[in-house]
Design a protein around this ligand. Sequence first.
Ligand code: FES
Length: 85
Amino acid sequence: MRLCRAQFCQEAECEKTIAHVEARLGVRLGESTAGGRFRVEAVYCLGMCGSAPGAMLDGVLYGGVTPEVADSLIDSLIGRRAGCS
Ligand code: FES
C-alpha cells in the first residue's frame, strides 16, 4: 500500500490515515507485515491531488483515503486474496 505524503495530501490530513494503517497492520512505513501480505510505503504524489489523500493499493489508485476508507480497502484486498487459491 502506497500512501502519499506530499503537500496536498498533507493538507488533507494524510498523516491520520498513515498512522491508522500502521496501527492496523502493525508495521511502520517501509515495512511489510509478517508473511509479506502487505507492504506500506510513503510516496510523494500519485497524481491524485484533487481528491487527496491519495493511495495506491495493489496497483489501483484511490482518492479520499481517510482511515475508514483505508480500512475498507484493506478489508477488500484481504477478501479478494482469501478467495484466491
Ligand atoms: S499530493 Fe498526494 S496525490 Fe498529489
